[in-house]
Unconditional design. Structure first.
Ligand SMILES: Cc1cc2nc3c(=O)[nH]c(=O)nc-3n(C[C@H](O)[C@H](O)[C@H](O)COP(=O)(O)OP(=O)(O)OC[C@H]3O[C@@H](n4cnc5c(N)ncnc54)[C@H](O)[C@@H]3O)c2cc1C
Length: 384
């Protein structure tokens, strides 16, 4: 019997590849009609590239994206606050950070797993366990039997809802717009990651291909706000008017219909990720705010760890509990760190922001370099 995976996002596809490499048969069930439909860009951090390397995909991902040449936090007026030492991380761990279109990353993973293992327009609505494994229920009433069920169905996971009960995610107090500008990093003089901090607002971006630049803008706002069609770019221009270049250029070179607005949410960590032959993976297990660029990276680390625990395991449930034990603390650490990083980054008060910015500029660079390299070194993906 196959291992069933609910969700064909970054976590689900990576889990499938890792489990295949561990000798397991897999079948993915994705509610959308195309797993590559996801737009926008993403930073694949050094530790994510280490995990992709373990899946045999690092070269293909690098070829489909852009090696990020550096990373810097800046004030809204463009003055540097703090370098993030990507070069040192790359030197220490042998992998770069990469900017890539989500669709391109998912395309590389889909090719590795084989489209025949992915069933689209298939929404998981729950499961039931018995002595021989698990039966996943799909919308429409069909049941599919498997040896195990991996809930990789994102922050609104149906598998998680059955396992832990329905619970609303925690709103972080700010919303995020994402867009793709038709402009090359070279034209902007931006070959790496940048993020600019203002008062209650941030703007950042990365190159994701030879001629496209991905940007995001975060601003304190009530939950569930909406932008009228055609108003989004003018509104962003007004909200980020005090920000230095490349903000104005990026907004001017973006087609408004592609701009996505997302309320930033997470879920406080839970100790329970599974039962019997069922477990959670990626955002379904540990949805975090995007402030550390680690959501997908942690899903990739989950996948590699799951593969290692499954390899050669005679019984499914103990292998899943090994995986959960190996991953819980590290993922929870990033949930907390991302939440607090976002709180500080979204401060609004003039005095608080001035003190924050001054403090960032006096942190010794050697100390920051050491801390950054160590954070990326916590990438021992798995129990072995
Ligand atoms: C604004 C923003 C910026 C981000 N930037 C970064 C970044 O730069 N770097 C980074 O590492 N992370 C980033 N993240 C986080 C990252 O997007 C997620 O952590 C990552 O996508 C998690 O992958 P996943 O596969 O667990 O979940 P998802 O990407 O949510 O995938 C879940 C999949 O399951 C499918 N699905 C959902 N429900 C069902 C169901 N019931 N049945 C079947 N299929 C279902 C969905 O259609 C989807 O394809 C960002 C997040 C946000 C909101």
């Amino acid at each position: 019997m196959a291992w069933l995976i609910a969700g064909g996002g970054i976590g689900g596809l990576a889990a499938a590849i890792a489990l295949r490499r561990a000798g397991r048969e897999v079948q993915i069930f994705e509610r959308a009609d195309d797993v590559r439909a996801s737009g926008q860009g993403i930073t694949v951090s050094v530790n994510a590239m280490v995990a992709l390397g373990e899946l045999g995909l690092a070269d293909a991902v690098l070829a489909a994206g852009v090696r990020l040449s550096g990373a810097e936090l800046r004030r809204a007026d463009g003055r540097a606050l703090m370098p993030l030492h990507m070069d040192a991380m790359e030197a220490a761990h042998g992998m770069p950070s990469v900017g890539i279109l989500r669709g391109a990353l998912l395309g590389v993973m889909l090719e590795a797993i084989g489209a025949e293992r992915v069933r689209t327009s298939a929404r998981c609505v729950g499961y039931r366990m018995d002595g021989e494994g698990v039966a996943m229920r799909l919308a429409g009433g069909e049941e599919v039997r498997g040896e195990a069920l991996i809930g990789a169905d994102g922050a609104g996971s149906a598998v998680r809802a059955q396992l832990l009960g329905e619970a609303a995610p925690r709103y972080a107090g700010y919303t995020c717009w994402r867009g793709l500008a038709d402009v090359a990093g070279e034209e902007l003089g931006e070959g790496g990651f940048f993020e600019m901090w203002g008062r209650g607002a941030r703007f950042g971006g990365i190159p994701v291909s030879a001629d496209r630049f991905f940007w995001y803008a975060a601003a304190n706002a009530p939950r569930r706000g909406r932008d009228e069609a055609g108003e989004v770019i003018p509104r962003l221009r007004a909200r980020f008017a005090g920000f230095a270049e490349p903000v104005a250029t990026l907004l001017a070179r973006t087609a408004p219909e592609g701009v996505l607005r997302t309320d930033i949410e997470d879920r406080p960590p839970t100790a329970r990720w599974g039962e019997g032959p069922v477990t959670l993976l990626g955002d379904a297990a540990h949805a975090m705010t995007p402030n550390m660029g680690q959501g997908a990276s942690q899903a990739l680390e989950d996948a590699v760890t799951l593969g290692r625990c499954a390899e050669g395991a005679v019984a499914v449930a103990p292998a899943l509990r090994d995986y959960e034990r190996a991953r819980r603390a590290r993922a929870a650490g990033f949930v907390h760190a991302s939440w607090w990083a976002g709180r500080v980054a979204q401060w609004e008060g003039g005095l608080a922001c001035a003190a924050r910015d001054a403090a960032m500029r006096v942190v010794p660079r050697a100390l920051m370099r050491e801390l950054t390299v160590r954070a990326a070194a916590m990438t021992r993906v798995g129990p072995r």
